[in-house]
Design a protein around this ligand. Sequence first.
Ligand code: PCA
Length: 207
Amino acid sequence: MLRILLTGFEPFGGETINPSMEAIRQLDLTTFPAEIYLYEVPVAFYDSSRYVIERIHEIQPDIIMMIGQAGGRKDVSIERIAINVDDSAIPDNNGVLPKDDPISIFGESAYFSTLPIKAIVENIRKLHIPCHVSNSAGTYVCNHLFYSVMHELHERHMKHIKAGFIHVPYANEQVIHKQHLFALEIKLISKAIESAIRTTIDSFNLK
Ligand code: PCA
């Protein structure tokens, strides 16, 4: 049975929920032809990557799917690329505020997602949920985690593990007091993630 490491984040930036975590908590994990290991990750540059990398070595997953909130985005964003920079406008939940710092001094400039990103987009759109490939995961904690995980897989000769990152918009309840901001129901975000997992499992089984 395939093993899947699935992560969401705790709330940050004054929010009381993080739709990434709310959505993955709503998944019925018993319906997948895989063992799914689900974790909540701290919104902290160094703690996030240390925590997830420890879980990778413990679980030895076949697939790693990391989910985070991108408030203000108007779709489910399937991230194509992680870049080697930490540069933040707001402190993380530990008060860390990096400016133009490389994540790894000797690491590659960037790593590409190894999830089937185009097939994931296509299948999420079939559910009538807005979805695109995104060419930037930003330079905050999500990109840091995404880059650090891809770097670890690259360095430790674990490139057979399929890994990538998905950003989700705000959930409806987060925008009640914010004007003109796009949001989705958590149920729909959850359906999009479910579809991304199934698409990845299917692509894996085709090989
Ligand atoms: N989104 C942030 C970090 C945690 C999260 O859910 C980001 O996009 O970097």
